[in-house]
Design a protein around this ligand. Structure first.
Ligand code: SF4
Length: 253
């Protein structure tokens, strides 16, 4: 029996695959040889509801095998990368976890010392510049809108008086016209028909581009068989790129 305080109720199929109680069942059956039928029961107290599940001997054997495989994988692992999840809130290893160690190092320092920490200084500077960049970006968007409005007005003005060049004090604006070809948007039926037509006319290859982004995605998500990926990997270079992502932290003083 397991008593759960969760505020959401899992589906039966999820509990039929749950490892924890099934492992207890294996343990109990190993300790006593007169164990009869075992039922796994979860009590979801917030819902006043029980979820029950049973395991066949085959399922228990498979779980045993998977668990041993997992143990061997863990024992062979030399680098334990942090895996951030909701469980971090209950973790006892935050002071050595790469995701929380710095917070532990500086979190309890008085403000004057805290602000002198090189890491804190770098993040504060980054956040300041990021803010500045955002405000410039908003300003640039505003200017672009104004430019667009003036462009429309100049085109209108030039049309009204029949000219192609409008002069200012130190600058002039030349009105040029060109043809713009609009192709049906991605995912539309018209686009599909156009692709079909180009294919029938044997012209599709001429206008198709090699989609590097899709290729990278296929490699990253291992979408194809490993022998295909291995062949492709002979032509690409895979490097580790470090990046930073800014988000709010909790310290308020
Ligand atoms: S805080 Fe704990 S659970 Fe979360 S990533 Fe770090 S070590 Fe893992």
């Amino acid at each position: 029996h397991d008593y759960k305080t969760s505020k959401s109720l899992p589906e039966q199929s999820k509990m039929d695959e749950d490892r924890q109680l099934a492992l207890y069942q294996i343990g109990i059956q190993n300790m006593w040889n007169d164990v009869g039928s075992v039922e796994l029961v979860w009590h979801y107290v917030a819902f006043d509801k029980e979820i029950r599940s049973k395991r066949t001997e085959e399922e228990l054997d498979e779980l045993k095998k998977d668990t041993i495989d997992l143990i061997e994988k863990i024992e062979a692992t030399r680098e334990f990368l942090p895996n951030e999840s909701i469980l971090c809130g209950w973790c006892y290893y935050k002071d050595i976890c790469p995701l929380y160690k710095h917070e532990y190092m500086v979190g309890n320092l008085p403000v004057n010392k805290y602000l002198k920490d090189s890491g804190v200084k770098l993040v504060n500077e980054f956040a300041k510049l990021d803010d500045k960049k955002k405000s410039y970006k908003a300003k640039i968007e505003e200017i672009d809108e104004e430019l667009e409005e003036i462009k429309e007005a100049v085109i209108q003005y030039a049309g009204n008086i029949g000219v192609k060049v409008v002069i200012g004090s130190d600058h002039k604006l030349k009105i040029a016209s060109s043809e713009k070809i609009n192709v049906p948007g991605k995912g539309t039926r018209e686009r599909e028909s156009l692709i079909e037509l180009l294919s029938q006319l044997n012209r599709l290859e001429e206008v198709s581009v090699f989609d590097v982004a899709e290729l990278k995605k296929a490699i990253k998500e291992e979408k194809w068989d490993s022998d295909i990926l291995d062949e492709i990997k002979k032509y690409v270079e895979i490097e580790t790129v470090k990046s930073v992502r800014l988000s709010k932290s909790k310290r308020e003083d």
